[in-house]
Design a protein around this ligand. Structure first.
Ligand code: FAD
Length: 622
């Protein structure tokens, strides 16, 4: 055996999924080997230099609350922070950071190097070592065999990756990086089904060649927040982004390249992300629109490179260049790197258990883009869950599965395993039926106790959660009891155009009014300011959300509890779907393929109708 005895967990690939998987398993006490093709591209952001955003920001908060690293690393390396959707209800608030691409990768590598129990090996893995339908190690290009009790595959866009720029195409996992071969072929031989997907990225340009005076500035929040619930830094200064637009002239030039477009000419076979289209796709599909928004995003503190968000393209590089130069502010722009599209293999995730272990090969886990998802956040959370479950498996512990009502992470994995995906899957708030409960402000309350009992979230995290819980409860009580006389408040209520009160009321009743926020109320009522002065800002925020939305939250908790009844009903191994003639043909096929654990899981499989669920319930004697 080379270099080391048997590892507990071997992680293949050091992208966003692989890094979280390695860190989680190692922090829980596993001996981990992280094998990656290129140690200089650990945690490389392949596309946009940003973390978070709508629904994705909630995921990063959840990863952090469980004891993952992505939130901490984002906080340490961001150049701008914005809380998106502040004007909407708190379920929609979504943290988003503009990252320093190079610093982000550097910080991840540093974090892993400082994590005891993580060994590194730079090389391409070309196959798995499988004995008796159980993975026992990996093989590399040099022919080295590393033995491991479990393996987590996180190959990203690298499996038989094919890069397209106009009519040119070449193998690669990402620009300037090799593709990975061998793994798909072996997995297919082992009986796995594989598919093909595609994604794309825009050109990067020289910031010194741009005229920002022709663009709108987009600054970060005046009081920037952050991702981690730990004591990470907030930004003292920020870099602005800019907004500009395409125009008909840009569109005309891009159209000249259509005949060389790998997408329009059918050379790209894989399905791409519908909600993240290339610029050529946008002008083709929305022909009536004469402009599309472009976000001009700096790539870091100390680089002039700029990311042209909204201009993803696989048209020939000269077409990209000429079209770019017709955009306001880009007239003299110089391109550093062209945009490109990439096709890669993925494995339909219906082949996985909810732990992300494959159904076919024991102790083998898949996480990230290999499962048909797209996005750093989606990858990171799967890596975390695969790392936790691989660790638990080899140490004889229980599987760790999050419910749909507990976390976006639970929604994501449940969707993947039960519904599969035929286009790159990204998270949206609309995918989470209990999104009112799954807010970015309470991920710590929801998940840190779970992460702590796993041995992943630190005592410090747990202590902070306990304190937040206690303070929140105290503040809620205080707001429910704090009396306000009409004379104290009516002047201010008139000022803001809110109905005056005629008798003494409680603070909570005013806070429930949509146009009354706590800072306003405390400004009008010095006694309330005094009473609340001792509490943490996050506890104050939590308490206000709880009282303002009490009725909605109550209803949602009841709904989740009702759904949970089906979730608690274990059916795996109890039913013979072949012997149920009343099931539809499609439902039988899907149930046999997916082998759901619970009645709840069965009810969410696409192709299993409510009528089929009723059939299952009859057989279960319910
Ligand atoms: P990756 O980040 O791809 O990491 C995979 C890692 O595995 C790499 O370190 C690689 O070196 C290593 N590796 C692969 N094979 C082997 C092997 N055989 N042996 C050893 N190491 C191996 N996401 C969005 O949300 N929006 C977008 O618009 C978007 N556009 C994209 C455009 C492009 C061109 C690319 C490449 C990606 C894009 N993404 C986009 C996707 C985003 O980059 C991924 O979702 C995310 O990085 C996936 O993380 P991952 O950990 O699964 O894989």
């Amino acid at each position: 055996m080379f270099q080391q005895e048997e590892y507990d967990v071997i992680v293949v690939g050091a992208g966003h999924a692989g890094c979280e998987a390695a860190a989680a398993a190692a922090n829980m006490g596993s001996k981990v080997l992280l094998v990656t093709m290129n140690m200089n591209t650990i945690a490389q952001m392949s596309c946009n230099p940003a973390m978070g955003g709508v629904a994705k920001g909630q995921i990063v908060r959840e990863v952090d609350a469980l004891g993952g690293q992505s939130g901490i690393i984002t906080d340490k390396t961001m150049i701008q922070f914005r809380m998106l959707n502040r004007s909407k209800g708190p379920a929609m608030w979504s943290p988003r950071a503009q990252s320093d691409r190079m610093r982000f990768a550097e910080e991840w590598r540093l974090t892993l190097e400082q994590t005891p129990n993580v060994d590194f090996w730079q090389e391409a893995v070309t196959g798995l070592v499988v004995e008796n339908d159980t993975v026992v190690g990996v093989k590399t290009q040099l022919g080295i065999e590393f033995r491991g009790k479990s393996v987590v595959l996180t190959n990203g866009t690298f499996l038989n990756g094919l890069i397209h720029i106009g009519e040119k195409q070449f193998g690669g996992g990402r620009a300037a990086e090799s593709k990975s071969t061998g793994i798909t072929e072996q997995l297919k031989e082992l009986g796995f089904e594989a598919g093909r997907m595609k994604t794309g990225t825009p050109p990067r340009v020289d910031g010194r060649s741009l005229d920002y005076s022709k663009m709108e500035e987009q600054s970060g929040d005046a009081e920037p927040s952050k991702f981690s619930y730990l004591d990470t830094p907030t930004l003292a200064k920020q870099r602005p982004c800019y907004i500009t637009y395409t125009n008909p002239e840009v569109h005309e030039i891009l159209k000249e390249g259509f005949e060389k477009s790998p997408m329009f000419q059918g050379r790209i076979k894989g399905l791409g992300p519908r909600y993240c289209p290339s610029v050529e796709d946008k002008i083709n599909r929305f022909a009536d629109k004469d402009r599309h928004q472009i976000f001009v995003e700096p790539e870091g503190w100390s680089t002039v490179e700029v990311y042209v968000n909204g201009f993803s393209s696989s048209l020939p590089e000269d077409v990209q260049y000429r079209a770019l130069r017709k955009i306001a502010g880009f007239e003299n722009s110089k391109m550093f790197r062209p945009g490109y599209a990439i096709e890669y293999d993925f494995f339909p995730p219906t082949q996985l258990h909810l732990t992300l272990e494959t159904k076919r090969i024991k102790n083998l886990y898949f996480a990230g883009q290999i499962n048909g998802t797209t996005g750093y956040e989606e990858a990171a959370c799967q890596g975390l869950m695969a790392g936790i479950n691989a660790h638990n498996r080899v140490h004889g512990k229980e599987p760790f599965i999050l419910k749909r009502s507990e976390a976006y992470i639970g929604v994501l994995i449940d969707d993947l395993v039960n519904k599969g995906t035929d286009e790159p899957y990204r998270m949206f708030t609309s995918r989470a039926e209990h999104r009112i409960l799954l807010r970015q402000d309470n991920a710590d309350l929801r998940l840190t106790p779970l992460g702590h009992s796993l041995g992943l979230a630190s005592d410090e995290r747990m202590e902070r959660v306990r304190e937040k819980q206690e303070q929140t409860a105290e503040i809620v009580k205080l707001l429910k009891n704090f009396g306000i006389e009409p004379a104290e408040i009516n002047g201010w209520l008139e000022e803001i155009g809110s109905a005056t009160i005629h008798e003494k009321t409680r603070a909570v009743n005013l806070l429930r009014r949509p146009n009354v926020e706590l800072p306003d109320l405390t400004r009008a009522l010095p006694a309330l300011t005094l009473a609340l002065g001792q509490y943490r800002p996050d506890a104050l925020e939590q308490a206000v959300i709880l009282v303002k939305y009490e009725a909605y939250l109550e209803k949602e908790h009841q709904q989740a509890a009702r759904v949970q009844e089906l979730e608690d009903f274990t059916i795996r191994g109890r039913l013979d779907y072949r012997a149920m003639p009343a099931l539809s043909h499609e439902a039988r096929e899907k149930l046999l393929k997916i082998q759901p654990e619970t009645l709840g899981q069965a009810s969410r499989i696409s192709g299993v109708s409510p009528a089929d669920v009723s059939v299952l319930m009859v057989y279960l004697g319910r």
